[in-house]
Design a protein around this ligand. Sequence first.
Ligand code: FAD
Length: 454
Amino acid sequence: MDDYDVIVVGGGPGGSTAAGLIAAEGHRVLLLDKDHFPRYQIGESLLPATIHGICAMLGVRDEIERAGFVRKRGGTFKWGTGAEPWTFSFAASDRMAGPTSYAYQVERTRFDALLLDGARRLGAEIRQGHRALGTIRVGERVGGVRYLDEAGHERRATARFVVDASGHGSRLHHDVGGTREYSPHFRNLALFGYFEGGRRMPAPDTGNILCVSFPDGWFWYIPLSDTLTSVGAVVRHESADRVQGDPDVAYSALIEDCPLIEEYLRDARRATEPPYDRLRVRKDYSYDRTVLWSPGMVLVGDAACFIDPVFSSGVHLATYSALLAARSINSTLAGFSDEKRCFAEFEARYRREFGLFRDFLITFYQLDSDEDDYFRQARRLTGHHGAAEAAFAGLVGGVSSQDFSRAMFGDVLAEGVQLQLRGLLGEAAGDEPPMFPGGLVPTADGRRWRVPDA
Ligand code: FAD
């Protein structure tokens, strides 16, 4: 039986981030994915903190810059009571460094493969076409994984830690204990597909995500290249019957009910090349977990939680939680601090970041407001003292100002700023204050925890 320091299940953004940042510390890491890459996934609109922070730490930022993805400066919304679409730009955030005030719209087939290659270069052993079946217990701890190899033979591997990064369809997440709790606020379902030849917004907002509400929900419209567009309908639970029957008929009918999207697609035709040649449905995707780790095992990304696509927070939360988990595992393996303290820091930071997006989204779905109300809500929630639009841009960019109310949220978003700086400046980024009283802070390279200086 093979033995590793860490086994990571899942090679999406969460798994690649965890595997890469643990292997970079010299630990023996095995990553298993049931699929062969490139493989399809939804979640194409990214945030600046992922590109300039996490991707830089993984050593893939330059490759991503060269990959030709569509540059996203912000978002345009036909949302709320205003008659006209409104636009925010990441650059409006007073605390987002100028050169990093953009993200990308990505084809996940290519983006995820770049991250997985980055993890391999950092030293992780990657096995594709290998499906995890369950965990192995060693006394009170999770101590390994049972899996099927490519030939369909059942194998076992042991490790001091197992990271479950196997996404929303995880079969392992129960093994930390606790339950998955579905959100009472977000019970939407999504029907999505791809078009060639859709209209583009005028410069400089050509690469923005466009979100348009309509009576039964809202549409995303994401430019993935000059010609390819991802178009998804997010339908309210109460209108779920609109997605019954033939998906093509339902999709066309929903587009007809959303005049701005219909107009943008007037000269477009459905994409015919795989993986963009068919419609897909996702539901039951808004959930949290009562328990996120147990001795020897930790959940990251969608295996742990996801809230809603409107602010493109999924890949951000997956990579951010993987960074937090990697710090905890690296610290414990190095004998630096006790496991419980490290994972308490992981859990506290992860829950705060998730909670911030969740709480803001609950107010954002109240459509009897206008953009100024949303901007003010962002300022109220983050305790930002500057312009309300800046508070909004910082919040939905995965970063925010350092002067928001610590009583409410501590430095949860300020760490987004630090992540970007760390990606850009490496160790020169300097110390971060503890986020919680008595809490740990990251080491200068961001890959472990340490006790803050007294
Ligand atoms: P995944 O990307 O799902 O990767 C999990 C990996 O685990 C897969 O490669 C899978 O093959 C592998 N795996 C699964 N089971 C096993 C097993 N048993 N053994 C081995 N391997 C296994 N996020 C954004 O950031 N922007 C968006 O615009 C956005 N839009 C969204 C729209 C919708 C409708 C939905 C539902 C989600 C959206 N998301 C978006 C969220 C995004 O899809 C996820 O948050 C993100 O992909 C999570 O990354 P992950 O690494 O946790 O999991």
